[in-house]
Design a protein around this ligand. Structure first.
Ligand SMILES: Cc1ncc(COP(=O)(O)O)c(C=O)c1O
Length: 463
């Protein structure tokens, strides 16, 4: 293909597949020719064909644009966009589609947008040439400081900013920890049931993966000690188990910490929503009860600020900081600076604490709305064991085990609940629906939503 044809084809393709949209400005002839290292005439020829065919319009001194009047048929996404693993695809759909009861998303209507915007503008105005370099791989120093202050006060830790490593999400935290510390055959124990996406990651990266069951008091430590005394890593969600939302009891915490200390094993504490507790008797983070420094604490801003931040953190035992730094320099890329600057101002200026306080009472109220609505629309079908906090509840089926069919049915009505049985690794399962309540703004909204699949739900549950 000659030069102008290549340029012509590339533009046409970009326009047809929607990457370039009607009205979008395209590069000037002079700039594109310089960029591609071709003669201006080559680009001019390609553009004049595209203009002739109606894909582009020339607007004289205002440049060239994709024809704003172009009407393109929307193409369906290519088939291979879905992942082959059906269960994974189902969870991705629940996560990414718009609908009711989505899991783990903070209340989008209650975020202090104006405040955020002001801080973002301040951060942009304070930008200097040195801010355009690669940010430190362990994180922006003021953010590490703000996080250390926050977890020390709010979650009872006792760490310095030096121990905080900023990551781009829980999965990166987990991968970084195992990449730094784990030998290939080290035994890793995960909760059963357990956080779906964490489980998927471990299936890929942990060769020697085992499970311990979870009951009303959290992970069953007796089982763990009986079957996996030799584990090197135990990964748990002690504040509110994911997905059962139960809290790890005090005696089990002690038992687990003693075991880790004796065996020199590591406990990875995933404190993903520990901020949201609704009773006065709050257990601090497990890390705060860890004199032997065997707990690696993992936190996230996905629940407290927004998942789009992609900002989470690890609080490292002091003796691991240098090893982590080295791994991070090799495998991690660091996070963009600007969002870290905005976030550190948000925390340091006190807005974060205020926001959390507001969210706590809002979530408690919204949980009650959803609970009332569920019992009103489906009396006798589900039971709920309310926990101390969190951002979701589990509605267990009173009878039957059709939670997967039920969830798929509800998903067709944009109720984005997840079947509990999907979160289990072993054969012993409980059945129910995992329901997020944080974005439900009234009881009536929840009632209307629950009623959408009513007839088919009753038919399904009646067998
Ligand atoms: C159990 C659990 N851990 C961690 C996370 C945080 O993940 P991330 O920081 O990647 O958003 C979530 C988010 O849904 C979660 O449910």
């Amino acid at each position: 293909m000659s030069g102008y044809q290549t340029i012509y084809q590339r533009y046409k393709q970009q326009i047809l597949n929607g990457q370039l949209k009607p009205g979008d400005k395209v590069a000037s002839i002079r700039v594109l020719a310089a960029d591609l290292g071709v003669a201006k005439k080559t680009v001019e020829t390609a553009y004049s064909i595209l203009i002739g065919e109606g894909y582009l319009v020339s607007q004289g001194a205002h440049g060239t644009r994709v024809n704003p009047d172009l009407k393109l048929q929307r193409r369906p996404p290519p088939d291979n966009i879905a992942v082959a693993d059906h269960e994974l695809q189902q969870l991705i759909d629940i996560r990414d589609n718009a609908g009711h009861f989505r899991l783990g998303i903070p209340s989008l209507d209650a975020f202090p947008y104006k405040k955020w915007l002001l801080l973002a503008a301040k951060a942009v105005r304070a930008m200097r040439p040195e801010h355009m370099l690669i940010p430190p791989v362990m994180g922006h120093q003021p953010l590490r400081q703000a996080i250390a202050n926050y977890v020390n006060i709010s979650r009872g830790l006792n760490c310095s900013p030096h121990q905080v490593c900023i990551t781009s999400g829980y999965k990166q935290s987990l991968a970084l920890i195992l990449q730094t510390l784990a030998a290939p055959q080290d035994k890793v124990v995960y909760e059963d049931p357990g956080y779906f996406f964490g489980h998927k990651l471990l299936q890929r990266i942990a060769k020697n993966l085992h499970y311990a069951p979870v009951d009303r008091d959290g992970i069953n430590v007796d089982y763990l000690l009986k079957h996996h005394q030799d584990a090197r890593f135990v990964i748990i969600t002690p504040a509110h188990h994911s997905p059962l939302a139960v809290t790890l009891s005090l005696p089990r915490r002690q038992q687990l910490l003693n075991w880790a200390q004796t065996r020199q094993a590591w406990i990875i504490e995933d404190d993903y929503d520990g901020e949201f507790h609704y009773s006065k008797k709050v257990l601090p983070a497990l890390k705060s009860q860890d004199p032997g420094d065997r707990v690696i604490y993992v936190g996230t801003f996905s629940k407290t600020i927004m998942p789009a931040m992609r900002t989470s953190y690890i609080v490292l035992p002091k003796k691991l900081v240098n090893r982590f730094h080295e791994t991070a320099e090799i495998v991690a890329t660091g996070l963009p600076l600007l969002p870290q600057q905005i976030l550190s101002r948000f925390i340091a200026e006190g807005h974060f604490f205020k926001h959390l306080k507001k969210m706590r009472s809002l979530y408690q109220a919204r949980r009650q709305m959803v609970l009332n609505a569920l019992h009103q629309v489906y009396p006798q079908r589900f039971y709920v064991e309310l926990s101390d906090g969190g951002m979701h509840l589990v509605a267990f089926l009173k009878s039957g085990s059709q939670d997967q069919q039920l969830a798929e049915l509800w998903q067709q009505h944009q109720l984005l609940v997840s079947p509990l049985s999907l979160w289990y690794a072993g054969k012993t399962k409980r059945y129910g629906l995992v329901i997020g309540y944080t974005n439900i703004t009234s009881e009536q909204e929840a009632i209307t939503a629950f009623k959408r699949p009513y007839q088919q739900t009753v038919a399904l549950l009646n067998g």
